[in-house]
Design a protein. Sequence first.
Length: 175
Amino acid sequence: MSFDDVEHVVLRIAGVVARIVDAVIAFVVAALLVLVTTQFIDRNYVTLWHDSPEEYVKIGLVWLCFLGFVRASATGETIRITFIHDMLPADLQRVLDIGLELLLLVVVVFLAWKSWVMIQTASMQIILGTDLTLDVPVFGMLAGFVLLLPLIAWRLVRALAGRPPMPASHPVIED
């Protein structure tokens, strides 16, 4: 099985996962819109909430932030300062890319591990004004980090194989 065959399978799986993440993001955005609209009605016209809707909005924003970061990474959007990178020779650029991917992988693994530790503590703490515990928003962080790991690992594999970070034809981008 060639690298291109493996990459084709990986990209197909990435496309399916991207659609699921898109659906979750759409659901969170719709839920936030409903929450904010009902909060406006509650504050100005009729009492709708006995809980604190702003706390639910905060939870939704955490999920949206981390899932959105994963989705942006899946489409090849990276935040890098490249003014020095572009001036370096190609071999040095490749070494730098591999080093940055390794560093990012280590950081994301560490953050995922610490998120899990935080979930264990946060599960015993109630968010005031809601029936939820603090582990609900932290699960959003963990979900983002766990979904980010295979993306970073695949970019590292591509860098080690001497290929560009994203293939020219990518099902996640083309959809």
